[in-house]
Write a protein that binds this ligand. Structure first.
Ligand SMILES: Cc1ncc(COP(=O)(O)O)c(C=O)c1O
Length: 387
């Protein structure tokens, strides 16, 4: 039986193994493991590619968010508006600087911020908005920026899943005041270990963020502020530079796979991703909705097709945020999405036969629900594990 995984990092590695070995060898020969030319080159390459003024390499995407909030002096007594339907780091960073996360609901079609809910959530304590470009599609940034401008708020893009995505022809990372990227190994630009980056056009902010990255040092052993060790290792930067050369091709492959799924699942009972007008997503995930999500997952698992659930529980319902008082049903679209969403394999190494196989399994699953009642068919039967 064919087997389809959510990712094929070993397969990807084969493509650039020699380039990576050369880059690693170069760092080993230099014996410089912190800072150095590779970090500066990676910052320059990303800055130039996405047309931003400043790029600051950071230890990981979570630290990038934390460092950005610190550089904006957001803390105790401040509120930050963000979606609940996102990875934990978005809210964790807000909490860790002492600010209050204010969760708002999403657009059911894009899974991104509902701009109307965002503007309703603004209070005199609000300092910033964090739109998350979930699954690689940008949030509705014009509406969010308009709200921010009207109230003097900062916009921090959480672009961890969206490197290379565009919105009205502009890149993710160039759409707010500050943006944060993640190079976690499963991300579209995945490193060999943890990694992240802050992007901005604001020179003053960039200077502060650079200092915070290095314990708030303005010059050696002189600390203007308290920061952290948010540095990206030289070795990781050198490897990311190699992978960056292949990113556009890999993104095209993801987009191609997504387009094939769109065609093959057209008219089926699952809801395929909605691409809003003017958006070009990079399909960090290809996420569909199904009323029988859990049955579909086990049906696919029995046919050796891996899936992922991003995310099974909204952040507003996490125990650590219970004191914020969001009860069940407080963000209904988020909660419905948590119970209906499932991501299909869409990675760059997927072949046409893999995509066809996954789609045909979903079609087969669908036929199990279309059998007329009274035919003797028991709905649960096809979902028992196969021999
Ligand atoms: C939306 C989002 N924000 C932030 C992060 C945090 O990035 P990292 O895992 O590099 O700390 C991630 C990655 O997992 C993410 O998906």
């Amino acid at each position: 039986m064919r087997s389809v995984a959510m990712l094929d990092l070993r397969g990807e590695y084969k493509i650039f193994r020699e380039e990576i070995r050369a880059a690693v060898e170069h760092v080993l020969e230099s014996q410089q493991f912190i800072g150095g030319p590779a970090v500066a080159e990676l910052e320059d390459a990303i800055r130039a590619r996405y047309g931003v003024g400043y790029a600051i390499a950071i230890s990981n995407g979570t630290d990038a968010l934390l460092c950005a909030l610190m550089a904006l002096s957001i803390g105790q007594g401040d509120e930050v508006i963000l979606p609940s339907f996102t990875f934990f780091a978005t809210a964790g960073a807000v909490w860790r600087v002492g600010a209050k996360p204010v969760f708002v609901d999403i657009d059911p079609r894009t899974f991104n911020f509902d701009p109307e809910r965002v503007s309703e959530a603004v209070t005199p304590r609000t300092r910033a908005i964090i739109p998350v470009h979930l699954f690689g599609q940008c949030a509705d940034m014009d509406a969010i920026n308009a709200t921010a401008k009207g109230h003097g708020l900062k916009v921090i893009e959480d672009a961890a899943q969206a490197i290379g995505a565009t919105y009205n022809g502009r890149f993710a990372g160039k759409l707010g005041d500050v943006a944060c990227l993640s190079f976690y190994p499963t991300k579209n630009l995945g490193g060999f270990g943890e990694g992240g980056m802050i992007l901005t056009d604001d020179g003053e902010f960039a200077t502060v963020a650079r200092q915070l990255r290095n314990h708030g040092e303005s010059q050696r052993y002189h600390h203007d502020r308290v920061g952290g060790n948010f540095r990206l290792d030289t070795m990781k930067a050198a490897i990311l530079l190699v992978k960056l050369r292949h990113l556009e091709e890999f993104t095209r492959r993801r987009q191609h796979n997504a387009a094939r799924y769109d065609e093959l699942l057209n008219g089926s009972s699952v809801t395929t991703p909605y691409v809003a007008y003017g958006h070009q997503p990079v399909y960090h995930q290809y996420s569909i909705l199904s009323d029988r999500r859990d049955e579909l997952i086990s049906f696919l698992r029995d046919r050796s097709v891996a899936t992922g659930v991003y995310y099974p529980v909204g952040l507003h319902r996490q125990r650590c945020f219970a004191s914020l008082g969001y009860g069940p049903g407080s963000l209904p679209i988020t909660e419905q999405s948590c119970s209906r969403i499932v991501s299909l394999p869409c990675h760059p190494m997927l072949g046409e036969d893999d995509v066809r196989y996954v789609a045909s399994c979903i079609r087969e699953f669908e036929r199990t629900e279309q059998r007329p009642s009274g035919s003797g068919h028991r709905p649960s039967a096809p979902f028992r594990s196969r021999l």
